[in-house]
Design a protein around this ligand. Sequence first.
Ligand code: HEM
Length: 161
Amino acid sequence: MHVPTVTGTNLSLFITETLRKWPNNVASDRVCTKPYTIEPSKPGEVPIHLEKGVTIFIPIYGLHHDYRYFPHPERFDPERFSDENKDKIVPYSYLPFGAGPRNCIGSRFALLETKAVFFHLLSHFEIVPISKTQIPLRINKKSFSFISEDGFWLGLKKLSL
Ligand code: HEM
């Protein structure tokens, strides 16, 4: 049987890196329920006082594209998440599904579903660019979710097995 590979990379790593570069939710938010001070942890930093009721936005896209956490952030490199490299990921710098008690309840289902879809798709087809495929992809700036300007158009070429 044809075993699907994404240019030699493990499918899980490929999806993990895709969600780093293009997180569906570009940000998440939380409301502060009691006054809290984030104390400085490094020289030069100042304390940040949070009042009750204040809304805080967590910039997921910004964190995922910060070179201090992900060197050469524009480079698509699934190996960042390989067994050899995954310990270098700074906790809470990678948040495609958020974090804490209100993180995404569907994360495991979403990952399993994506893998199942691509497994079956890549078992029978090669995904190829077509004339309507937007290269490079342009992000729709009017949408809060991460979508492209002209949609995602791709061709499927049947594999001869
Ligand atoms: C790749 C697919 C998905 C991504 C990237 C995603 C991402 C997220 C993110 C970032 C949050 C906010 C978490 C936070 O603020 O800490 C969230 C919340 C949530 N997601 Fe997803 N999600 C995905 C698929 C799904 C699916 C398939 C379901 C349901 C079957 C789902 C159900 C929910 C629910 C119910 C919440 C709100 C949880 C709460 O407020 O307690 N998500 N998701």
